[in-house]
Write a protein that binds this ligand. Structure first.
Ligand code: NAD
Length: 476
């Protein structure tokens, strides 16, 4: 089947110009494997035009009173919460990533919440006067960082851009947005919504060959900030690209979340929480539970209960509300996840339900007692598979987590007070204690080690886009 719809991949100054060297790329529906649309890619010329436009728009936008920018953010949030737009965006997310429709709607709601949160914060900040030295008055102001590049992944194609664009706009930055080429349609619609409420040039978007676009932006001194979410591999490339100009960067990268079950945990709660922490976005979340650690005496019982619960998942069309596990976004991922399980060295259980005949489906799977050095245990799985590892002493688990190059999400299940103590000892940035959903716009989201640099969410997510300036006034 050929794609019937063409989507403009370039949005500059509120319009969709035809790229100088137009190339079309097909988008496939993970549930069927069929092409449903094509995107017209932009390239270097469009990246340059977008940058010129963002640089031109910056002074006026940065010069507005924060409350005026906050009003724009609130208007964007109101649009996103409008039923028809929520449905349209959610439908696109499901179509291009395979995310279940209920989760896609929740993602749009979360995106609106990011705009609301940063609108509230923007309105609440003001310049401060510090007077510590006689005869010298220090005025400390906060200025917009400048033009910032926003590069985002496919797995949360609307809420991750929202988590970045909202604070950047609140701070007074202008934005160069490059969504993932895997899932650009919903991101382009988000960009269109944002453009309705900000002056021309404040947000420009280019979809295309990633390095061609980011090279233009990151090699130009006018770009003062980079905010990236994606793989550790690409994060390293981008960190190297901005190093020569010391461009400020926030990098939210890969994870390998431990899920630690304590010896006095309620196993039903452990299974219910693991179902959320593992199968969110069909297993393709940066904080997805990857390694389940259970006391030796409980490991088989826990694995057995989790396999039974996983066997009840309904694998199918993510647009169908009855589906509880959708396809994987990338066509090569079912075989990749299968390969990780085969090479894990554990006792591998696979769900009995057959995968639908078309599309990129992978059924739930569990590897019990895999090799600690297997790739399944050491690396991000990004699919509906998990390993179950046994421990005798909790210290072994804490040491293994500390030794992992990743340090993003984690989970602890047990009596709340004791589990929270264990959580504080885990070498990761965000931990769910008896919950599979630890993240909200109000709290910091930050990875340690190879999981990244800098913070998103909370007031710190706004500060990433602000630059302090001290003016010392003498003789007063
Ligand atoms: P990816 O690294 O392949 O792509 C992310 C973005 O980088 C995309 O926009 C892509 O076009 C761009 N890109 C790719 N190669 C590039 C290059 N050479 N130069 C410049 N840009 C380039 O990641 P993905 O597959 O889209 O997303 C999945 C990854 O993202 C996983 O590792 C996941 O853990 C991570 N992730 C992290 C978080 C977090 O908050 N820490 C959240 C979601 C996803």
């Amino acid at each position: 089947m050929h794609a019937s719809r063409t989507i403009g991949g370039v949005r500059i100054d509120g319009g969709t110009p035809t790229p100088e060297n137009p190339v079309r790329h097909e988008l496939t529906d993970p549930a069927t494997g069929a092409a449903w649309a094509s995107v017209e890619y932009g390239g270097e010329p469009e990246a340059r035009r977008a940058l010129d436009s963002a640089a031109k728009a910056l002074p006026d936008w940065a010069g507005l009173a924060p409350g005026r920018r906050a009003a724009s953010l609130r208007a964007i949030a109101a649009d996103l919460r409008e039923d028809r737009l929520t449905a349209e965006l959610a439908g696109l997310i499901t179509r291009e990533t395979g995310k279940r429709i209920a989760e896609a709607r929740a993602e749009v709601g979360l995106s609106a919440a990011f705009f609301e949160w940063f609108a509230d914060l923007a309105g609440s900040r003001s310049g401060r006067v510090w007077s510590h030295v006689p005869g010298l008055r220090h005025e400390v102001g906060e200025r917009a960082l400048g033009v910032v590049a926003v590069l985002t992944p496919w797995n949360f194609p609307v809420s991750i851009p929202a988590r970045k664009i909202a604070p950047a706009l609140a701070a007074g930055c202008s934005v160069l947005f490059k969504p993932s080429e895997v899932a650009p349609a919903s991101a382009l619609l988000l960009a269109e919504v944002v453009e309705r409420h900000v002056p021309s040039g404040v947000v420009s978007t280019v979809v295309g060959e990633p390095a061609a676009i980011s090279d233009v932006w990151l090699s130009d001194r006018r770009v003062r900030g980079l905010t990236f979410t994606g793989s550790t591999r690409v994060g390293r490339l981008l960190a190297a690209a901005v190093a020569p100009r010391f461009t400020r960067a926030v990098l939210e990268l890969g994870g390998n979340a431990p899920f630690v079950v304590l010896d006095d945990a309620d196993l039903d709660l452990a299974v219910d929480t693991l179902m959320v922490a593992k199968y969110r976005n069909n297993g393709q979340s940066c904080i997805a539970a990857n390694q389940v650690w259970a006391p030796r005496s409980l490991a088989d019982e826990l694995a057995d209960r989790f396999c039974r619960a996983s066997d009840r998942l309904v694998l199918g069309d993510p647009a169908d509300e009855a589906t509880t596990l959708g396809p994987l976004a990338l066509p090569t991922d079912p075989a990749r996840v299968d390969g990780l399980l085969d090479a894990s060295g554990g006792d591998v259980w696979r769900a009995a339900t057959p995968a639908p005949p078309t599309g990129h489906f992978a059924g739930p799977a569990v590897s019990v007692r895999p090799g600690r050095d297997s790739t399944l245990v050491r690396e991000e799985i990004f699919g509906p598979a998990v390993s179950v590892l046994e421990y005798d002493a909790l210290e072994t688990v804490l040491e293994a987590v500390a030794a992992s190059p990743y340090g993003l999400g984690g989970y602890v299940i047990g009596p709340p007070r004791r589990a929270a103590d264990v959580a504080r000892s885990l070498d990761v940035g965000i931990v769910g204690v008896n919950t599979g959903s630890p993240n909200t716009p109000q709290v910091p989201f930050a990875g340690l080690k190879d999981s990244g640099l800098g913070v998103e969410g909370s007031h710190l997510g706004l500060e990433a886009f602000l630059s302090p300036q001290t003016v010392a006034v003498g003789d007063c």
